[in-house]
Design a protein around this ligand. Structure first.
Ligand SMILES: [Zn+2]
Length: 159
């Protein structure tokens, strides 16, 4: 926290108290540079991430939707429910950690793709086909070619 007096970012917490409902934390701080004491209030807020869809409409981030999408793509494939949830959790955590409160559905799609690609190529291709709205078999062929190419590149980087 920035010291209101000298602007230093280094301080120590002398005392922390929670509000009765536990939603606000009051902290007494002391600036390590000038010794000034000040109080901060931290509010616990639900992070609301907004997803911008292709047609520019927005909707709140919904982890269950990601889970449903992956589940559908991985039907009958050796991917566990836990692995599916892990992907969705990882994406949510990444967005929160990065402070990304607005994200496009395409970005989310790309994140799922990159995780699925390593997990199971068949589920990956199925997911891509829905995500990118494949129209015919040629779309599948080019996606598979691209995947093989990426694979070679990945291996190339490791060597
Ligand atoms: Zn200070």
């Amino acid at each position: 926290m920035r010291c209101p007096k000298c602007g230093s970012l280094e301080d120590k917490v002398i005392d922390s108290r929670q509000s009765k409902e536990g939603r606000v934390i009051k902290r007494r701080r002391e600036c390590l540079k000038c010794g000034y004491r000040f109080t901060t209030y931290e509010r616990i807020e639900e992070e609301v991430i907004t997803v911008v869809k292709k047609n520019n409409t927005t909707q709140p981030f919904d982890k269950e939707k990601i889970i449903r999408g992956i589940r559908l793509a991985s039907t009958g494939r050796p991917i566990s429910e836990q692995q599916i949830r892990q992907i969705a959790d990882d994406i949510e955590r990444y967005l929160i950690d990065e402070g990304k409160l607005t994200v496009s559905s395409a970005e989310i799609g790309d994140m799922v793709k990159s995780k699925l690609k390593n997990l199971d190529p068949i589920s990956f291709i199925r997911f891509v086909s829905v995500c990118d709205n494949f129209q015919d078999i040629k779309d599948f062929e080019s996606a598979i070619k691209q995947m093989e190419k990426d694979k070679k590149n990945d291996q190339g980087e490791k060597d």
